[in-house]
Design a protein around this ligand. Structure first.
Ligand SMILES: Cc1cc2nc3c(=O)[nH]c(=O)nc-3n(C[C@H](O)[C@H](O)[C@H](O)COP(=O)(O)O)c2cc1C
Length: 300
């Protein structure tokens, strides 16, 4: 009887936690950037089709043109939308629309449209020991306290932003600080683990829920997670050891973290990341991997 009651109360607790999450999600107002970036992506895809023809994507281009003024001047979404529309009107030989666009909106030099696969370029660039590179990465929980500067973090983020995302919306941000009081706030948000004191710097990866439709609930986690993996590898490529930390939606109180870093409610916190230069000789886990056959399931 007691067991059944406990089970029931656990279930109700879980439902309440999930309802609270859904209420928070429902309160997020969709950003005009969402529609603009989806239209940009759709137009670019259209231009890449072999059967791209006169009039292809006309309605989408018109809609994108109509909502341009809703986008913040100087924002990535605005500049990308202008760049994609320029490429589109050029591809359509529509000089009147191109002129109107260039007259009304300036862009920051992004290039829209499509490029072509250059196999000789790819062959050159993939000639690296990628298997060795990923094998040498380990979650690092004991790092050097030697100072690093924000240039190296930006270099890592610059590589990590090449991660793929749904409709190229790039919903991620990496809030980080090299100042102790800020890092302490992230450290204190992560459920207590002794070794956190052995990591000098911390940040948090977030994903912008306002860039997703209600039918895409939770997709922000996937996009943010892919960015996290890219960031971990990018740091590693620069000799910056790092460890991703789970920030549970239900068990972690992120109020102080949000307040200190100014993270709005519309940004979902995906995970925390501790980082710093690798420390030679520090211990790391073997963390053996499952056999390939348990992961790659070929259906014959
Ligand atoms: C989403 C995610 C959450 C993680 N959370 C923690 C954590 O809370 N504490 C921790 O010590 N390691 C954490 N890790 C690191 C994993 O323990 C580690 O990736 C795994 O054991 C494999 O080891 P390796 O990264 O050294 O190859 C996390 C990793 C991921 C991807």
């Amino acid at each position: 009887m007691m067991r059944a009651l406990k089970k029931l109360s656990d279930r109700i607790g879980m439902i309440c936690i999930n309802l609270r999450y859904l209420f928070r999600v429902a309160r997020v107002r969709r950003s005009p950037e969402k529609e603009a970036l989806i239209l940009c992506h759709s137009l670019e895809k259209g231009m890449g089709y072999s059967d791209f023809s006169k009039g292809h994507g006309k309605e989408k281009a018109k809609r994108l043109m109509d909502i341009l003024s809703k986008l913040r001047e100087g924002s990535y979404a605005k500049d990308e939308a202008v760049a994609v529309l320029k490429a589109y009107y050029k591809a359509q030989d529509d000089s009147a629309s191109l002129l109107k666009l260039e007259y009304e909106h300036s862009s920051k030099g992004y290039e829209g449209g499509y490029s072509t696969i250059d196999m000789s370029e790819i062959t050159k660039k993939i000639d690296i020991d990628f298997a060795g590179f990923v094998d040498a990465r380990h979650s690092a929980r004991d790092l050097s306290f030697e100072e690093i500067n924000s240039d190296v973090v930006e270099e890592a983020v610059s590589m990590a932003r090449m991660a793929p995302s749904a409709c190229n919306r790039q919903p991620w941000k990496f809030y980080y600080s090299l100042k102790k009081d800020y890092c302490d706030v992230v450290r204190n948000t992560i459920p207590s683990q002794d070794f956190l004191q052995n990591i000098p710097y911390f940040g948090a990866i977030t994903s912008d829920m306002s860039l997703f439709d209600s039918s895409e609930t939770g997709q922000w986690d996937i996009n943010g997670g892919i960015f996290a993996a890219y960031l971990a590898l990018s740091f590693h490529s620069l000799g910056i050891g790092n460890c991703i930390f789970q920030i549970s939606k239900t068990d972690c109180d992120t109020t102080a973290l949000r307040r200190k870093f100014g993270i709005p409610d519309s940004q979902e916190i995906i995970c925390a990341v501790g980082f710093g230069k690798y420390k030679d000789g520090a211990k790391c886990l073997k963390a053996a991997r499952r056999p390939i056959k348990e992961i790659a399931i070929e259906i014959k």
